[in-house]
Design a protein around this ligand. Structure first.
Ligand SMILES: C[S@@+](CC[C@H](N)C(=O)[O-])C[C@H]1O[C@@H](n2cnc3c(N)ncnc32)[C@H](O)[C@@H]1O
Length: 303
């Protein structure tokens, strides 16, 4: 059996919930490449202790976004977000899933906007929200910021009917919601935001069924490249944390059809379609960066 067929088997067994069979398959090719070695180590850990959200592994996520192709990706998105703020001059901004506040902090370095806007941050990861609040609290001049340790769904359920923001932004966070959750959220945003900014990836693998060989192969090839970006580039212990704490759970998460699936990405045209279907107008997409996982785009829309 080829390496690709064995990798496919590991994925298939994992998707079926058969962790021991997945582990056996991954271990049989662990010596054939870093991706497979990482997959085998991660499956061994999960078979013993179960899975946790990759976003709760704060150190892994922080090291991931500060290394590899993320350096150029974040620099580009921060400049484009700052330019959008400068164009639209928002006094209030809602950020859906700001993580540790990297995009906002970076955009604040590039914006010419005065006075600076007030931010509402809706971030469910209880370890990331305090980091974002701390970073923004240290800005000079100071920015007004409020944090809500909620998912956007529970925030929406509790928000007052009068809540409005000049600009709402979501950088790689709407992919965490299923399409059926996104549609009502986008309609809610349409009624409450002047301008919407969404950063997402153009994920072609999502044209194929969940466990089709084409989809597994495309994701495999991307992750060979992604894992290589965190191999021999920084502190080896930190690289191991990035791969075990972030890249592997995200990779395997692509093949879960149950409630524990962590991402619902799609080709960029479908993102644009969802935003238009929610009633936004002047929906534009612009390339942010050719990233290892996929091309990244910024979608801008008017409510
Ligand atoms: C890929 S990270 C992006 C973080 C940040 N926006 C950035 O660009 O660096 C996805 C973020 O979405 C958050 N998230 C996940 N599910 C969410 C939900 N239901 N509502 C709001 N945020 C969510 C995660 O906790 C995480 O901080």
């Amino acid at each position: 059996m080829s390496i690709h067929q064995t990798f496919y088997q590991a994925i298939w067994h994992y998707a079926e919930g058969n962790l021991n069979a997945a582990l056996t398959a991954a271990q049989s090719i662990a010596g054939q490449g870093e991706l497979y070695a990482q997959a085998a180590r991660w499956l061994a850990k999960v078979a013993q202790g179960g899975e946790t959200s990759p976003y709760l592994e704060t150190d892994a996520f922080a090291a991931f976004i500060r290394g590899g192709g993320n350096v150029a990706l974040y620099d580009a998105v921060e400049r484009m977000v700052a330019a959008a703020w400068d164009d639209h001059r928002p006094a209030t901004i809602l950020d859906v899933g700001p993580g540790d506040g990297e995009v906002i902090a970076g955009a604040l370095r590039h914006t010419a906007l005065e006075p600076l806007p007030a931010f509402d941050l809706v971030e469910p990861a209880s370890n990331l929200l305090p980091k974002a609040l701390h970073r923004l609290g240290q800005q000079t001049p100071p920015v007004k910021v409020r944090g809500f340790n909620h998912t956007i769904q529970s925030f929406v359920a509790e928000a007052p009917a009068t809540a409005r923001w000049d600009l709402c932004q979501a950088t790689w966070s709407l992919q965490n919601l299923s399409p059926t959750e996104r549609a009502p959220l986008l309609r809610w945003l349409k009624d409450r935001c002047g301008v919407l900014l969404i950063a997402e990836f153009d994920v072609q693998a999502e044209k194929y069924p969940l466990l089709s060989p084409e989809r597994v192969r495309l994701i495999h090839d991307k992750y060979v490249a992604g894992v290589a970006e965190y191999t021999g580039q920084m502190d080896p212990a930190l690289e191991e944390r990035v791969k075990q704490g972030f890249l592997m759970p995200i990779l395997f998460g692509y093949f879960r059809s149950d409630a524990a699936r962590s991402t619902y990405e799609q080709p960029i045209g479908r993102w644009v379609g969802e935003v238009e279907a929610a009633g936004f107008r002047a929906v534009e997409r612009r390339l942010i960066h050719h990233y290892w996982w996929a091309d990244a785009y910024l979608i801008t829309a008017q409510a």
